[in-house]
Design a protein around this ligand. Structure first.
Ligand code: 5GP
Length: 183
């Protein structure tokens, strides 16, 4: 789905597919370099990180493995609940592994703060965070994102894996959802 297909539902277009892809290539080049001899375990957070995981992992020239976690987030609303619950855990033991958490967006940072703490307690060799997008609120919490796609305003956005009530995940770009869609 292209931005033009849902243009009326968006109050602003933030990034086109091309802009996102170009940034993902830059991040992949950085990860290639940092993990040259390490074969990282990339941990994607379902469902939102599916697109960023697919693009990032395929842009790498090094070997990597992938695993997935599912945690509770917004449901069908547009405000952070702050409640984090593991719905699906990893299939892989991560002790001694170089773990790279792959997340779609960081809003308050509550989700990642919990997740990073949880994974750290399993004794990985290292743990870093990659996120496609970050909102300003995240800066209030100490979320150390090593690989960041873009800083964005604190509006509710859809596209590139991010949904509203299950829709827009397959939108290639990223846009601010018009309040008329959810009010
Ligand atoms: P946090 O715990 O950082 O406040 O929230 C992170 C999670 O909330 C993300 O993984 C994502 O699922 C959801 N989220 C935060 N902001 C947005 C947004 O603007 N749009 C959508 N669709 N989901 C968001």
């Amino acid at each position: 789905m292209n931005l033009d297909d849902v243009r009326d539902d968006l109050s602003t277009v933030l990034f086109t597919e091309e802009q996102i892809q170009a940034r993902m290539l830059e991040l992949a080049a950085q990860i290639d370099k940092d993990y040259a001899d390490k074969s990282p375990l990339m941990v994607g957070i379902l469902n939102g990180a599916v697109m960023v995981m697919a693009d990032l992992s395929r842009a790498l020239t090094i070997h990597c493995e992938m695993d997935w976690m599912a945690i509770s987030s917004y449901g069908s609303g547009v405000a952070s609940s702050g409640v984090v619950r593991i719905l699906k855990d990893l299939n892989t033991a991560i002790a001694g592994r170089h773990v790279l958490i792959v997340e779609d967006i960081i809003d308050t940072g509550l989700t990642l703060a919990y997740l990073a703490g949880n994974l750290r307690s399993r004794n990985p060799a290292s743990i870093e965070i990659c996120a496609a997008f970050r909102k300003p609120e995240a800066l209030c919490n100490e979320v150390n994102v090593k690989y960041l796609g873009f800083d964005i305003p604190s509006d509710f956005v859809v596209g590139y894996g991010l949904d509203y009530a299950g829709h827009y995940r397959n939108l290639r770009g990223l846009g601010v959802l018009s309040p008329k869609v959810y009010s």
